[in-house]
Design a protein around this ligand. Structure first.
Ligand SMILES: Cc1cc2nc3c(=O)[nH]c(=O)nc-3n(C[C@H](O)[C@H](O)[C@H](O)COP(=O)(O)O)c2cc1C
Ligand SMILES: Nc1ncnc2c1ncn2[C@@H]1O[C@H](COP(=O)(O)OP(=O)(O)OP(=O)(O)O)[C@@H](O)[C@H]1O
Length: 323
């Protein structure tokens, strides 16, 4: 895939004629996926490329620089998912105050210089200074064709990134996953924990130092997966302060089922499919251990009966399944 960062003031003359989807695309939910599907259909008929156009940094970063922002996906996640959805190009328009101040016509001109043949956007797409541009202004211009996708809904309400975020924060990853079709995941590096898992409990866990931009699910125990290198494994994941041991800081740790490899310093991804229980304080280590053994069975059962979403997750992140 071609990845090109673009400063709107100096657009290089390097772009293939393309059908492009435009938006911020945080989480690549089913609404976003519909745009890409539509773009692929048009591109196949015209025998031209499919491109994703997004903005970076997050426009909020320019308007409210003091605000700490959390996302469902990093920019490199979006690149990876765009590739598996079938795009040939990924264009990153650098979002600056100047870019935000473009009029609708100037914005059209930027897209024209990027050799856009057809723009695919959602019914509520807005752009340009003070959101002056919308589907109506796009349809009036004649530099490129425009295809508008109707609202993709769940429970009669538009699926959107801002609807998915609070669900994840509440721990309701199961319903959030329904709006994307694959399992929500966060990326990071495996670091050292207190080593109680491998010694006291005989159930080793990998502790994740998460990349800081992600929306983190609420505390609790989740059935899900972990991917290591190019393989996806079933896993049970705990987010919390291990109240039995009275830790002071929250950790994110996973026990990967049927897995026995050193993971320290590895870059991995944790996938949260469904919350199975709250984290609890146990009277003693044996009770915690019994609970963990039961959690392994619960996780195995939940994950084996969720074949479709697991397969789609593996496809989305280009992983093979080891189960
Ligand atoms: C799936 C799972 C569920 C867990 N549930 C609890 C829990 O309910 N209460 C608790 O105190 N610790 C819980 N733990 C955390 C264990 O106490 C933890 O794995 C252990 O302290 C090892 O930590 P370490 O990696 O720092 O050595 C859970 C861990 C996992 C992987
Ligand atoms: N549910 C949906 N149905 C159809 N089109 C959608 C849907 N959600 C987003 N789009 C379109 O996808 C593109 C990217 O959307 P974008 O990520 O900017 O917004 P969003 O998902 O609605 O997120 P937010 O909640 O942050 O507004 C836009 O063109 C938008 O109109």
């Amino acid at each position: 895939m071609n990845i090109i960062r673009i400063n709107h003031k100096h657009i290089p003359p390097v772009f293939n004629k393309t059908v492009a989807c435009i938006g911020y695309f945080d989480g690549f939910h089913k609404g976003h996926q519909q745009l890409v599907k539509q773009a692929i259909e048009i591109a196949q008929k015209k025998n031209i490329d499919v491109s994703i156009i997004t903005f970076d940094p997050d426009p909020w970063h320019i308007f409210k620089p003091e605000m700490k922002l959390y996302h469902l996906m990093s920019l490199s996640d979006k690149i990876q998912v765009s590739k598996s959805l079938g795009a040939q190009n990924f264009y990153i328009l650098t979002f600056t105050k100047d870019f935000a101040a473009l009029s609708a016509d100037q914005f059209h001109d930027v897209l024209h210089q990027m050799n856009i043949d057809t723009l695919v956007c959602g019914f509520d797409f807005q752009y340009g200074c003070k959101n002056a541009g919308n589907v109506e202004t796009l349809k009036k211009q004649n530099l490129f064709d425009v295809v508008v996708v109707d609202s993709i809904n769940e429970d009669n309400k538009k699926i959107s990134s801002s609807r998915i975020e609070p669900m994840i924060l509440e721990g309701n990853v199961y319903d959030a996953n329904h709006m994307t079709g694959y399992i929500y995941s966060i990326h990071g590096k495996i670091v050292h924990g207190f080593k109680r898992g491998s010694t006291l409990l005989n159930i080793p866990t990998a502790n994740l130092l998460v990349d800081e931009e992600y929306v983190i699910p609420n505390t609790g125990v989740y059935a899900g997966c972990v991917s290591v290198d190019d393989t996806l494994y079933y896993a049970m994941i705990n987010i919390g302060k291990n109240p039995t041991f009275e830790n002071e800081i929250q950790t994110i740790e996973a026990h990967i089922l049927n897995f026995d490899q050193d993971l320290y310093e590895k870059e991995v991804r944790f996938y949260f499919y469904k919350k199975i229980r709250d984290e609890k304080k146990f009277k003693n280590i044996d009770e915690l251990k019994d609970q963990l053994v039961s959690d392994i069975k619960t996780t195995q059962n939940i994950m084996t009966s969720s074949n479709e979403v697991v397969k789609n997750t593996a496809k989305t992140w280009d992983k093979k399944l080891f189960m």
